[in-house]
Structures are given as C-alpha cells and as structure tokens.
Design a protein around this ligand. Structure first.
Ligand SMILES: Cc1cc2nc3c(=O)[nH]c(=O)nc-3n(C[C@H](O)[C@H](O)[C@H](O)COP(=O)(O)OP(=O)(O)OC[C@H]3O[C@@H](n4cnc5c(N)ncnc54)[C@H](O)[C@@H]3O)c2cc1C
Length: 311
C-alpha cells in the first residue's frame, strides 16, 4: 500500500475546506467508516492511490437522524447499526432497517456508514433501493455551497456518482410527503448473510383506501443494471390501479423489462430475471401488508424483522 497523508476534519465545513485546499494539487479521498476504502487502498495500483485521505469520522454534525421541515434528514456518517437502532426509522421506514440488517456482518454495520454505502455506488448497494423508492434526495457540500439532487440521479453508473472531487455528501433526505409511506425491501443473495445481492428490490406506495388503488407506486431495483433504477413501466402500470394480486404479479413481470441483468459467476441473467419478477411482487405485497397493519393501528417493525421474531 502506498503511503499517504491523513488529515482529520473537525466537522463537515472543515472537511470541505480541507478538500478545497488539497484537491487542486493532490489525489484526495474521504474516509468515513473505512470498510470499503481500506480494502480499495490495499489493492489499488499506486497510480490510483491517494496522496491525502481526509478523515471525516469525527465530524459529528454528520451523525444525526432528525426531523426537519423538509422531511427526515439522515446524516452521511450514520452507521447501519444506528439505522437499525433508530426508533424514528423503525416507526416510519422499517424497510430501511431491513436493508441495513442485510449489510455485511455486525462489525461492518458498526463501522460502515450510510454515506459511504451510497458513495461507493456499486449496483448492488443495499441502502439504495429503499431510499430510491422513497424519492430520497442527497445534499452535497462544497466550497461553492450546497446542492441537492434525487438519489436516483446521484447514482451515475457502477462505482460512479455525481459527486465532484471537492464535494462531500452531507445528508440524505426523505421528503416530508413520503414520511411513513409504506415500503418493503427484499434482498436475495447466495447466502443468508455476508452476501452481495443477486437482486435487491424495494417497493413503496400509498393506498387510496376509498378506492383501494395504488397511489405514487415506486419499485426500485438493485444489482440488475449499472445503477439502482426505478422500474418505470411497472410503476406507470400500477398508478391508480386496483390493488389486487394479479396487478402485483403483472408489475413484477413488467419490472423484468425495466432491468438489464447480467450473466456472471454468481447467477445467470435468466435466473436474475425470475428473481426480479418474484421479488418485485413480494415487495409490493410486503408494502401492502405494512399499509394494512398501519391502518389497523398495529405496530410496524420491518417485514424481515417480524419474520425473525424481532418485533
Ligand atoms: C465484509 C464486508 C461486507 C459488506 N457487505 C455489504 C453488503 O452486504 N451490502 C452493501 O451494500 N455493502 C456491503 N459492504 C460495503 C460497505 O461496508 C458499505 O458500503 C459501507 O456502508 C461503506 O461505508 P464506510 O463508511 O465504511 O465507507 P468508506 O469505506 O469510508 O468510504 C467508501 C467510499 O465513499 C467515500 N465517502 C464516504 N463517505 C463520504 C462522504 N460523506 N462524502 C463523500 N465521499 C464519501 C470514500 O471516499 C470512499 O470512496 C461490505 C463491506 C465489507 C468489508
């Protein structure tokens, strides 16, 4: 591993100042939990290795889970374990808790941050689908100020995001209009734990209970395209349609056409297509089950958490 300088940021503004100072003349990387970056550094060819690493792990202003006028704001430094332990997230978005629980093992979840997970932008990123299905936005900070964009646009391709070298991801916002929107996340890997997703899916929608129809349906797919994508034709098909098992199954079939799964040593494209159809349908069923239990006043706690008996 090539030697590099480490500079420690006191807070997000300091981190951005350090980036502004160093980026013009050096290869600079940010480190949060380090679960991805340390592996990259170990194996990176020296031409790609950074000269400077800006450590943001002590920037406590990035560590919040807070309700704002705009919605639920989750700081980039919040770890997967903190997401799993957050009563607000458990109440409003149990699917996020389910997604966090599937990431690596305890040690990875204790160190790994939401921001780091999203910036790595691997197609199978497990935090991605639920947040995309909830129309989450990300806030980026640079010396020029702040800009925000939908998470779906932040992901550009495999390991590529819209982040500029002097920008820091500071928070992830789930907009106010989606607070409590029923959502469900499902992941299928080759093992129960410590597995990359062959396919991961999240679905969310509101229910118009008078007409029992889908309102603002979203299906987000991971690991089956260069980045996390909306299953746009499935979403368009469901909007305003009666909530019935046949409609959910058809949306699953349509979602297959929205994806571009690959053949690799883990699974064939054909197998992944079958998974997309099945998991999309099941995620819709899960979101509907959650909507029904919320309506009847039963406490929600995550579909997979309830299957594990952890509710
Ligand atoms: C054994 C193991 C198992 C894993 N299993 C899974 C899994 O099942 N699912 C899954 O999705 N991931 C998995 N991961 C990947 C990883 O743990 C997560 O992506 C984690 O959330 C990364 O967060 P981090 O804070 O450790 O990021 P770091 O390693 O610190 O950083 C990752 C990248 O993001 C950049 N970065 C970090 N924070 C910011 C920020 N705020 N602003 C700008 N850039 C930033 C860094 O420069 C770096 O390029 C696994 C990793 C390991 C080692």
């Amino acid at each position: 591993m090539k030697a590099f300088e480490v500079v420690v940021a006191r807070n997000s503004r300091h981190a951005v100042a350090l980036l502004a100072e160093r980026v013009p003349t050096a290869k600079v990387k940010v480190i949060a939990g380090g679960t991805d970056l340390m592996a990259d550094l170990k194996f990176a060819p020296s031409s790609h290795a950074p000269d400077v690493v800006v450590d943001i792990s002590r920037a406590d202003d990035l560590r919040h889970i807070s309700m704002t006028d705009a919605g639920l704001s989750i700081g980039a430094l919040v770890t997967h374990t903190e997401i799993m332990r957050s009563p607000v997230i458990r109440d409003l978005f149990p699917a996020l808790l389910d997604a966090a629980h599937t990431i690596g093992a305890v040690q990875t979840r204790n160190l790994g941050t939401l921001g780091g997970n999203l910036v790595t932008a691997v197609p199978s990123v497990d935090s991605g689908p639920t947040l995309v299905a909830l129309d989450a936005r990300v806030t980026l900070l640079s010396p020029a100020g702040q800009r925000a964009m939908p998470l779906a646009d932040f992901f550009v391709g495999p390991r590529k995001t819209a982040l500029k070298p002097d920008e820091l991801l500071v928070d992830i916002l789930i907009p106010r209009e989606n607070l409590g929107k029923p959502a469900c996340f499902l992941k299928f890997g080759l093992r129960k734990g410590q597995a990359l997703a062959l396919v991961n899916v999240a679905a969310s929608f509101w229910v118009d209970w008078d007409r029992n129809v889908f309102v603002a349906p979203r299906i987000a797919l991971g690991a089956v395209a260069p980045k996390v994508i909306h299953a746009s034709s499935a979403q368009a098909y469901l909007e305003g349609r009666a909530i019935e098992p046949a409609a959910m199954a058809e949306a699953g079939r349509l979602a297959v056409g929205d994806a571009k799964p690959i053949n690799d040593f883990r699974a064939s494209a054909e197998y992944r297509r079958d998974l997309i159809a099945v998991l999309s349908r099941r995620a819709l069923e899960g979101a509907y089950a959650l909507a029904q239990s919320k309506r009847s006043g039963k406490v929600a706690g995550g579909l997979q958490a309830s299957r594990r008996g952890e509710r």
